[in-house]
Design a protein around this ligand. Structure first.
Ligand code: BGC
Length: 764
């Protein structure tokens, strides 16, 4: 049960003023979500020093090396390779670990890593979906189960959470993160770190996390993956870095530098971000691994680019140059490419890198290995790892089902179309209606298609006699073979299903291969002729709902007017079908909200709620202002924070504990929320601020608090938030966090277009 009065507490003011990062919204897992980072352990530091004194240069360079499952050999283990990723066979993990621990000169264990992004075997919704829950407990649970399953096979690091704030729906990787808002993204990031690491990641069911991709990878020009980004310091710090800081404050001990260039400087050669901000300013004492071949990619490509070999950025002439740049910038570990290992000795001789820096990188890697308890417990229990009962337990499935249902967002429900009556005859129609494969989304880990409950399975379990017709095919092709003309080229075979049904569930969207890495799209519409399925359902005159499965905001300008009800289900994971049925038939009343704006059409992109104003604010009825001539509105189709319920709510009575606050003080904002409908439901109360006069033009709204509450019909609750300098202040272009005196407008409501407002004066 939720508390009657809810206090969204903000962590200690001093820490926040220094960082500008907020605490996660408090939730029922409050205690478990407390920060875990403490002072360095003297004992560990002594052990690291002792090892470092014994290590040869070769052994140090081996520690810096991180190899993939396809690359690593017994010999690498014998020589003391630092890390291995994507290897998940517990027997082979143990084999290599035995070689490292027993046959390498200094017996240093290997750190095994994996991309457990939204589950290892128990696949949860994609992180963009989880963010829609506005419930950090869902992210916490996902990470907790993912960590336990990963650790069971011998992994001790996960390349997660992916915390890239993004305003780019064309970018396929928007699916992996928490959406467009740094505050919500920070809450989800912190919850994921705490879920995966617990208080002590040496525990046998815990792993160390690696927030990625440092930094601003979520804003590639044109939405094309890996593309460059040009970013002011204030934007970088106000919009893109906060979730990283939240993850680090929550205890994350590793991080991954990004592929993309920021202001011309690639992530893994970016001293400003890696060394000055992360390590110095934030006091991060763990290590940074490069992304996949990202060090080699610093090199210029030769005129005739070889088929094999990574290159492109052109900030390094050759391998040695790339190695020196990356290491000197602050990259501590090189993934897949081997430049630091290969050229370290030569570079040291030429004084292009220092022994001090090599030692620092190795010290960080060893520190994490000691903290992870790898020296005490290097091996995995193979019998347990091979026991099916260790994975996807009934409790894990139940958590995934709950998480998926809480992640769904009801976008439209004209005339109370939903919930449908399960006793009536239901037809499931659409290319995603019986696909387990797609439900798992773009980072399925070790999830299996056959584990996933399809929409048809879920619907049929609750509505006996349900039927299914695919209507058309959305092939699961990888990019090289992809031909858009094959996506649902025409519809057929649905007439009988429609004729025999009282109501229709349309399962539409994108195949999972359209999301994730290297999966940018240049259109945001439903692929192929899927809209013809909507037209056919509409022509039948029967009630129907469009259930959407996708990894990005879609442009639904043509879909929305044709559809009485739209449910955004994202890729819901292993229990997607059951969760869809729970919501569609009303066992669960949807309460998710959009963590990202849905444009009317592609041309509006990037469109996001926390944009800065202009000197000509958009007014669709006038000419000389910031608008599109061919669009009669300034708004997205569905805004950030938006989502409906089967009941109705009223948010009212915004009160501030004081109308003035000193820049060192804090003020409480309280607001009432009442369930004005006739069934129990969830509402997400949201608090925004706007600073109307500042030295740097401030976003028109900034989310600074949220709480998801469950209310019975007629029930009212008062939700209280605390605002302080971390909320009123912002980073300027010199990288300073400033709190300026003056008026702040506080807004409360149930979406980013909240209108309830009260002014507040921040005094000097
Ligand atoms: C991705 C990372 C991932 C890494 C290792 C890269 O291609 O960008 O997110 O962690 O591969 O699998």
């Amino acid at each position: 049960m939720r508390r009657v009065a809810i206090m969204v507490a903000i962590v200690a003011l001093s820490a926040i003023v220094a960082s500008g990062v907020i605490a996660a919204s408090r939730s029922s897992d409050e205690a478990a979500l407390e920060p875990t980072r403490g002072a360095p352990d003297r004992n560990i530091e002594r052990k690291v020093d002792a090892l470092l004194r014994k290590m040869t240069l070769e052994e140090k360079l081996q520690q810096i090396q991180l190899l993939s499952d396809g690359q690593v050999t017994d010999d690498d283990a014998r020589k003391g390779v630092g890390g291995v990723f994507s290897l998940v066979d517990p027997q082979r993990i143990n084999e290599l670990q035995h070689i490292a621990v027993e046959q390498s000169r200094l017996h240093i264990p290997i750190l095994f890593a994996y991309d457990t992004i939204h589950g290892y075997r128990t696949i949860f919704p994609i992180p963009l979906g989880t963010a829609s829950s506005f419930d950090p407990d869902v992210a916490f649970k996902d990470a907790e189960i993912g960590a336990r399953e990963s650790a069971t096979v011998g992994l001790k690091q996960i390349y997660s959470p992916m915390v890239d704030v993004s305003h780019e729906p064309r970018w396929g990787r928007i699916a992996e993160g928490g959406g467009e808002d740094p505050y919500l993204g920070s809450a989800m990031a912190a919850a994921r770190v705490k879920g995966a690491q617990g208080r002590d990641y040496s525990a046998s069911n815990k792993v160390v996390t690696s927030p990625k991709h440092l930094a601003a990878y979520g804003q590639p020009e044109g939405g094309r993956d890996y593309n460059t980004t040009d970013m002011s310091e204030q934007r970088l710090r106000n919009l893109y870095l906060p979730p990283f800081k939240a993850a680090i404050d929550a205890g994350a001990d590793t991080s991954m530098c990004s592929f993309n260039a920021i202001n011309g400087v690639p992530g893994c050669a970016n001293r400003h971000i890696e060394s000055e901000i992360l390590k110095k300013e934030w006091g991060f004492d763990g290590f940074i691994e490069s992304d996949y071949t990202a060090v080699a990619e610093l090199r210029a490509c030769p005129p005739q680019r070889p088929a094999e070999g990574s290159c492109g950025h052109g900030v390094a002439a050759d391998g040695p140059d790339a190695a020196a740049l990356a290491l000197n910038a602050g990259t501590d570990s090189e993934m897949v490419s081997t430049n630091i290992r290969d050229f370290g000795r030569e570079l040291l001789g030429q004084r292009r890198i220092s022994m001090q820096r090599i030692d620092d990188a190795v010290r960080r890697i060893l520190r994490v290995k000691f903290r992870a308890g790898l020296f005490e417990h290097p091996y995995v229990d193979v019998a347990k790892a091979q026991n099916e009962a260790s994975f996807l337990t009934p409790a894990d499935r139940a958590a995934a089902r709950r998480g998926a249902a809480r992640s769904m967002v009801l976008l439209k429900n004209a005339g109370g179309t939903l919930p449908l009556d399960p006793k009536k005859k239901t037809a499931v129609i659409g290319p995603l209606g019986d696909s387990g494969h797609d439900m798992l989304g773009p980072w399925w880990g070790r999830g299996r298609d056959e584990d996933a409950v399809t929409v048809f399975d879920g619907v049929a379990a609750q509505s006996p006699g349900a039927t299914f017709a695919e209507g058309c095919d959305l092939p699961n092709t990888e990019p090289a073979a992809y031909d858009p003309a094959q996506d649902c080229p025409s519809i057929s075979g649905i007439d009988a299903a429609i004729a025999g049904a009282d109501q229709i569930v349309l399962a539409l969207g994108e195949p999972r291969e359209m999301s994730g890495e290297a999966a940018s799209r240049s259109v945001l519409d439903l692929p192929g002729k899927q809209e013809d399925l909507i037209a056919a359902a509409k022509a039948s005159g029967k009630p129907f709902v469009v259930v959407l499965f996708n990894g990005r905001p879609l442009a639904l300008e043509d879909v929305a007017p044709q559809s009485p009800a739209i449910l955004e289900a994202w890729f819901g994971g292993v229990e997607a079908g059951n969760a869809v049925a729970d919501v569609v038939f009303g066992k669960v009343n949807p309460g998710g909200k959009l963590p990202v704006s849905f444009p009317q059409r592609l041309g509006q992109v990037p469109i996001y709620y926390n944009h800065e104003p202009t000197g000509r604010p958009c007014d669709a009825t006038q000419k000389y202002n910031s608008r599109y001539r061919d669009l009669p509105t300034c708004a997205p189709l569905y805004e950030f924070g938006y989502g409906l319920s089967y009941t109705s709510f009223e948010v009212s009575n915004l009160q501030l504990s004081s109308s003035r606050v000193s820049r060192h003080g804090s003020v409480r904002a309280s607001v009432d929320v009442r369930n004005t409908g006739s069934r129990e439901g969830d509402e997400v109360v949201q608090l925004y601020i706007h600073d109307p006069v500042a030295s740097i033009s401030q976003p028109v709204r900034r989310l600074r608090g949220f709480e998801r509450v469950t209310l019975k019909p007629g029930e009212k609750r008062t939700v209280t938030f605390t605002l302080d300098a971390s909320d009123f202040g912002f980073y300027d272009n010199t990288g300073r966090f400033v709190v300026e005196p003056g008026r702040i407008d506080v807004y409360a409501g149930n979406s980013s277009s909240a209108t309830l407002t009260k002014p507040l004066t921040v005094t000097g």
